[in-house]
Design a protein around this ligand. Sequence first.
Ligand SMILES: NC(=O)c1ccc[n+]([C@@H]2O[C@H](COP(=O)([O-])OP(=O)(O)OC[C@H]3O[C@@H](n4cnc5c(N)ncnc54)[C@H](OP(=O)(O)O)[C@@H]3O)[C@@H](O)[C@H]2O)c1
Length: 244
Amino acid sequence: MSETPSAAAENARVVLVTGGNRGIGRAVAEEFVRRGYRVAVTSRNGDGPEGALAVNADVTDAASIDEAISQVEQQLGPVEILVANAGITRDTLLLRMSESDFTEVIDTNLTGVFRTIKRVIKGQIRARWGRVILLSSVVGQYGSAGQINYAAAKSGLVGIARSLTRELGSRGITANLVAPGFIETDMTAVLTDQQRTDYLSAIPAGRFGTVDDVAKTIAWLASDDAGYISGAIIPVDGGLGMGH
Ligand SMILES: NC(=O)c1ccc[n+]([C@@H]2O[C@H](COP(=O)([O-])OP(=O)(O)OC[C@H]3O[C@@H](n4cnc5c(N)ncnc54)[C@H](OP(=O)(O)O)[C@@H]3O)[C@@H](O)[C@H]2O)c1
């Protein structure tokens, strides 16, 4: 079936996914490639999915983000859709959590997002169109024992998306959060069998999520169909965080 002209223009947009070499970020990049977008990923090892431009960047380093995004702009054009996905965990209970366990997670998962948005946003303001999609988590609202650092960063992203919406909503820019529950990736592979069993028993859907569950939601949020949604937290959690 041939595309309508507006669908073709929509799909030609430039997407940047941070941390697109594995896990959720890679699946998101693959989904956009499948839909015909011009896709770039940041990676710390130069690897990315087929059909996407891979650029080196560490989100804890503003200069490396600047350099990576300059490459994307030269090769594909300004970043119209940003998916801020790169993230880490340093889980441990509060009494054992060191200050560096806390600040490293904040530096990557919260300040890293600030740095990346700041670098792409001028182009979106100029174009009077943009999508900013942030990977939060069910634990940002629900809380999680052993994840004070991670939950603080993920709930902090709510403040970023909602303030950005108030600052730039009138410029055709939306900022939303996707809040996955338990998704099968390297990040959750380190959990113990007991933790997995506990999570599973709390998920109404009765299964863990897949990276595609998250990727398809993000692709929809980036589309024109979701143009009037901003400052929202979209759960992709099988009901785990209902009401939060
Ligand atoms: N999996 C879940 O259940 C789940 C649930 C809720 C939210 N999330 C969120 O979803 C996002 C992706 O999670 P995931 O499960 O796909 O994690 P993952 O498999 O551990 O992948 C994390 C990605 O982030 C990148 N990254 C980490 N630190 C970085 C840095 N300083 N600079 C640049 N890239 C960096 C990693 O790059 P390297 O390969 O170089 O390390 C990797 O590409 C994260 O923000 C996570 O918090 C995940």
